[in-house]
Design a protein around this ligand. Structure first.
Ligand code: FAD
Length: 288
């Protein structure tokens, strides 16, 4: 690893002032230090965000929840503001790496690192969440499903920090679920899938709104519009869910790599999408 300068600002303003083009933000370091070791980043200054208290808070906001970018996976997985409501997000935070990883890894780092397999990305996309970005001139919001531009690339601009994730209020008769498959407990996902389902007020078997997101089967986490269209307005039964799984598999763009073949991944998209839809549906009906 090349030598670097270390800065540990105590406020967001101080951190933003330190973010020159030669500087890189540090959260838990579980991705960044690997990149530095492999010389995949040219930064000569590391700006440690961990001493900025407001970035780690998880709090109720506008009927939903505002999660500071520095919130740990462990805190997310244990948060009573999230569990029971945003089940897909709780499940994803609880399966990231090991206990040790979850005690270092942050939500903001998981998103800003922009791995196609990032486990919290798909639940946030399914839940309709937005990322809050700040620079010296102010803040803006980017829907999480527009945040990822490619492997390791996000819509964050130079000098911008991800400060929080805003998850909207969960509507009535809505539920979500997260599914993933891995080779070993410590591996990143071969495929992950998150589903959000909102049911019709008059007919509890009919889907009024659906969002389905897939991970590790494309250059970025992605929404599957055809699976969502297949569900929206439909009375949920085996045939409809089967069809949604097929649609998701055809929207997926998996590749062969050392961890799995494209055909296997596509098949797992079918399976995990079906499971996630049924689980989200049951939660929306209050049965889970
Ligand atoms: C053993 C192990 C197991 C893992 N298992 C999983 C897994 O199961 N699922 C999974 O999804 N990931 C996994 N990961 C990857 C990693 O732990 C997560 O992506 C983690 O959430 C990254 O967060 P971090 O706080 O460590 O980020 P860091 O490593 O500190 O940062 C990651 C990147 O984001 C940038 N960054 C960080 N915070 C901000 C911010 N607020 N604003 C702008 N840019 C920022 C950094 O500059 C860096 O480029 C694993 C990693 C390890 C080492």
């Amino acid at each position: 690893m090349r030598p670097f300068h270390y800065r540990a600002p105590r406020s967001l303003d101080e951190a933003l002032a330190l973010l020159t083009p030669q500087a890189v933000p540090l959260a838990g370091g579980t991705d960044l230090f690997l990149k530095m070791e492999r010389r995949q980043t040219q930064a000569d200054t590391v700006v440690d965000l961990k001493r900025i208290p407001e970035l780690g808070r998880i709090e109720a906001a506008d009927g939903g929840v505002r999660i500071g970018a520095l919130a740990l996976m462990d805190s997310l997985g244990a948060s009573s503001l999230i569990a029971g409501q945003y089940e897909a997000l709780t499940r994803s935070a609880r399966v990231v790496g090991s206990i040790q990883t979850r005690n270092r890894a942050t939500l903001g780092g998981n998103l800003a690192n922009a791995s196609p397999a990032a486990d919290t990305a798909t639940p946030l996309m399914a839940l309709g969440a937005s990322a809050e970005a700040a620079d010296a001139t102010g803040t803006r919001q980017v829907p999480v499903d527009q945040l990822f531009l490619g492997p390791g690339r996000t819509a964050l601009r130079d000098g911008e920090l991800l400060t929080a994730v805003l998850v909207p209020a969960l509507p009535a008769r809505a539920g979500s679920a997260f599914q993933r498959c891995v080779r070993t407990a410590m591996d990143i996902a071969l495929v992950n899938c998150a589903a959000f389902v909102r049911l019709d007020g008059d007919d509890p078997d009919t889907v009024a709104e659906a969002r389905i997101a897939l991970g590790a089967v494309g250059p970025t986490p992605l929404r599957t519009a055809s699976a969502e269209n297949c569900l929206t307005g439909a009375r949920l039964d085996e045939r409809v869910v089967e069809e949604a799984g097929e649609c998701a598999a055809s929207d997926a763009q998996p590749i062969d790599d050392v961890r799995a073949g494209a055909d296997y991944r596509r098949e797992m998209v079918r399976v995990l999408t079906r499971r996630a839809i049924w689980k989200a549906f049951r939660r929306a009906r209050g049965e889970a």
